[in-house]
Design a protein around this ligand. Structure first.
Ligand SMILES: [Zn+2]
Ligand SMILES: [Zn+2]
Length: 330
């Protein structure tokens, strides 16, 4: 008979931080880190960091030829608003109704999110609400855990499906069933129906900025490359990683009944969306980073809007409610 595995202490620091007494020792809810843990971490590091390093290498090689300082500026000027269009707009405002705001800002967030090229807002919201309704069960549009065999082949197949594969399937969530509120909203409905216009704007802007900053067509074209194509590519894969990596790797602080995880290193690039276990525990919370150190730029934007009088009814989760959902250590 094999000895029982050692108790995992992964979740303990959060309990300590809020003063919850540790429970008696016993088998934990999660599989303790085993021999595959290190291999999995090496694999995640390789598949996620290597492409980013490669992109940096390409940028270095192309410096002053197809990449200039103004291209980096244009990248940031497009990445930040389109990224926030997805996280603050598509996700926290439209999907989960974490706060209320003016019709003009609803339109602005829907337009900025559309320019990220992740699909029209109502389709995005319907799929994401269905993800929460069936999280990691049959019916979840993009779980890495459903319908895949065990072992590393099943894990890789599940991750590929959750990351990108699901987008090629035809069983998207019903918009009538999952987003009737947005179909009835004239502002959101209009931006949804004019999606292509906003995607074109998201490409015309970096081209125009490149031309304006360099007074050349070539500057417009490199602006389009970095502020258009590369920006869309990076933001796509950051968003897709929330669906794949954040249901596979990282810490689980809250008992959510699914496999959602907090993936610290992805938080800055994803504007705070990588606190995904927190988010599944409290889907309507305007903040996904629930601890002081959990960097969540989207929550900062919502707080800023609130202070300016442009956001109200901001949903916050009390410490008691947070405590009640902490992963039970026994
Ligand atoms: Zn999720
Ligand atoms: Zn969500």
């Amino acid at each position: 008979m094999t000895p029982s595995p050692p108790q995992t202490t992964l979740d303990r620091p959060v309990e300590d931080a809020i003063g919850l007494a540790p429970a008696p020792d016993g088998p934990g809810e999660h599989q303790p880190p085993g021999e595959h843990d290190l291999l999995e971490r090496i694999a995640t590091g390789t598949v996620t960091l290597l492409p980013a390093l490669a992109l940096g290498l390409v940028g270095w090689q192309l410096w002053d030829r197809a990449l200039h300082w103004q291209d980096l500026l244009i990248f940031a000027l497009l990445y930040i608003p389109t990224g926030l269009g997805i996280t603050v707009g598509y996700h926290r405002l439209f999907t989960h109704r974490s706060f209320k705001t003016t019709p003009a800002l609803r339109a602005a967030f829907a337009i900025m999110g559309s320019a990220a090229l992740e699909g029209p807002v109502i389709e995005w919201v319907a799929n994401h609400r269905k993800h929460h309704a069936f999280s990691d069960q049959d019916g979840d549009p993009h779980s890495p855990h459903v319908g895949h065999a065990g072992g590393w082949r099943g894990a890789l197949g599940g991750l590929a499906h959750a990351h990108l594969g699901w987008l090629f399937r035809s069983d998207f969530a019903s918009q009538e069933r999952y987003a009737p509120d947005l179909i009835r909203d004239p502002v959101v409905h209009f931006v949804d129906k004019t999606f292509l216009l906003w995607t074109a704007l998201g490409l015309a802007l970096p081209f125009g900025l490149g031309v304006a900053l360099t007074q050349t067509i070539a500057g417009g074209l490199t602006g389009l490359l970095w502020g258009g194509a590369v920006r869309i590519f990076v933001l796509h894969h950051v968003t897709f990683s929330i669906n794949s990596l954040c249901h596979f790797f990282g810490r689980r602080d809250f008992a959510t009944g699914d496999e959602s995880r907090n993936l610290t290193w992805l938080a800055p690039l994803s504007f705070g969306e990588a606190w995904h276990n927190n988010h599944h525990a409290f889907p309507t919370s305007a903040a996904h980073g629930l601890r002081r150190w959990q960097f969540d730029p989207s929550a900062l934007v919502i707080s800023g809007l609130e202070r300016a009088g442009l956001a109200w009814d901001v949903v916050r989760i009390s410490p008691e409610r947070q405590r009640s959902k902490l992963v039970a250590p026994a």
